[in-house]
Design a protein around this ligand. Structure first.
Ligand code: NAD
Length: 436
């Protein structure tokens, strides 16, 4: 099928590449010229495991192209995906200007039937707004459908190629047929394509993200309580995760959820509910608790140094909001760095992929190390913000030589308590016994 993908960020580029992989003819469009030029030269603008191989293969076989020319892409395609940003506006509601702006541009160009597929996370009623834009500009027949994306950064290719489910919001039989055929290669194992109306599809995505944010937040609160009552959150996680109704996943406590989705989507759902005079209390609490959790490592550190860290130097492992991505949007590490700098400390950081994105924000306010050991040199303590695999089994002897003091504040519970006690570290983690 002939496809256009408007917006080639984390979602758009993975969508375009994975659609090309099953033989479709894809044109990806972006307004960011540097990004497009990079991709035209065969360079990926993001880090996403597994994407590079598919990206190069499909470029080579001419199934995917990159352009800033919306008109060429629209005329080429029978299906037009929108994978555009929906950032929070000043009031927390999703900013729909990218979606509605692109809809207007597409409407001015189309001359025949198209399926307009919204992949962005958008509030209920957006498909109707997009339809209204088309109707105000053209009499050409279009189906505007909602197809929320559930991929996770870090395993995005796998998620797209073998999704747990595909949700499609449309009441048009014509669009249903086209989308069923398009997604058939991805659900051969029998995972469902779930059809529903547009509004339900739009809300499904917010419900999924808000539920997961709530699950993490609940575990973070259990962890905080564990520290007060002398219980171990790891034991509790295993104790409840074996209950099938609860499930093993998303029970790991930490330093708050971040990323480009959860914070903005929870906020947007609360705002949508407010607009319908519904007070979504549980999500309001989730937001408040997460704000506190994001700086919990800084709180522990300040407590340890009796609120005086001026002149101290800290090493930080991990910047991206989760492992296997270079995405640092709303990463808890950023809040940690900001808090410690304000208190007069200096910081060196290391992250396998997120470092350059952080450099663009903090420049020379912090220093950047080449590897996980170099960053430790002369540091009063090590802080851990992201659970990259390479941090899980480090050379503790080497670390001991480099660190000024054997002090670790671990926001991701990477190490066994017994081992840290044996090695003689001060080890402060989340929801577990303090080793001192
Ligand atoms: P992103 O910021 O990585 O990418 C958006 C891209 O759109 C950018 O490259 C930008 O230059 C481009 N763009 C902006 N305006 C444009 C226009 N008028 N024409 C063409 N391109 C334009 O965003 P993302 O992370 O890919 O997210 C996109 C949407 O998908 C959001 O609504 C997000 O909530 C949702 N989503 C994201 C994820 C994720 O893990 N990142 C997962 C599921 C859903």
């Amino acid at each position: 099928m002939k496809i256009a993908v408007i917006g080639t960020g984390y979602v758009g580029l993975v969508t375009g590449t994975c659609l090309a992989e099953t033989g479709n003819d894809v044109i990806c469009v972006d307004i960011n010229i540097q990004k497009i030029e990079k991709m035209q030269q065969g360079e990926l603008p993001i880090y996403e495991p597994g994407l590079e191989l598919l990206f190069h293969r499909n470029i080579l076989q001419k199934r995917i192209q990159f352009t800033t020319d919306l008109s060429a892409a629209v005329h080429h395609a029978e299906i037009i995906f929108m994978a555009l940003p929906t950032p929070p506006g000043a009031d927390g509601a999703a900013d729909l200007s990218y979606i509605l702006g692109a809809a207007k541009d597409i409407a001015l160009l189309i001359t025949g039937y198209k399926v307009i597929v919204n992949k962005s996370t958008v509030p209920v009623g957006t498909a109707d707004k997009v339809k209204a834009v088309f109707e105000s500009i053209t009499t050409v027949d279009v189906d505007v459908i909602s197809n929320p994306e559930f991929l996770r950064e870090g395993v995005a290719v796998e998620d797209f190629m073998k999704p747990d489910r595909v949700v499609i919001g449309t009441t048009s039989e014509r669009a249903k047929k086209i989308m069923s055929a398009l997604y058939a290669p991805y659900v051969r194992q029998g995972n469902p394509v779930i059809f529903m109306d547009e509004r339900s599809a739009e809300l499904t995505k917010y419900a999924a993200n808000s539920f997961l944010a709530t699950k993490i937040t609940f575990m973070n609160e259990i962890a905080n309580l564990c520290e007060l009552v002398g219980a171990d959150v790891d034991a509790i996680r295993r104790g409840i995760g074996t209950d099938e109704r609860i499930g093993k996943r998303f029970l790991f406590p930490g330093i708050g959820y971040g990323g480009s989705c959860f914070p903005k989507d929870v906020q947007a759902l609360v705002k949508s509910a407010d607009e319908h005079a519904y007070n979504f209390e549980i999500l309001k609490s989730v937001i408040t608790i997460n704000e506190k959790q994001k700086v919990i490592l800084a709180d522990k550190l300040l407590n340890f140094y009796k609120n005086d860290i001026s002149g101290k130097h800290f090493a930080l492992w991990g910047l991206s909001f989760k492992p296997e991505t270079d995405d640092i949007r709303e990463a808890p590490a950023l809040y940690l760095i900001e808090t410690l700098l304000k208190k007069g400390a200096s910081i060196s950081v290391f992250d396998p992929e997120g470092q350059e994105n952080v450099r663009a924000i903090f420049n020379d306010r912090i220093s950047y190390a080449e590897n996980q050991y170099a960053v430790l040199e002369g540091a009063d303590a090590l802080l851990i913000a992201t659970e990259w695999s390479l941090f899980r089994n480090p050379d503790f002897e080497k670390m001991e030589d480099l660190l000024k003091e054997k002090v670790i504040f671990d926001g991701r519970n990477l190490f066994e308590l017994e081992k840290m006690a044996e090695l003689g570290y001060y080890y402060n983690s989340i929801g577990r016994k303090l080793i001192s």
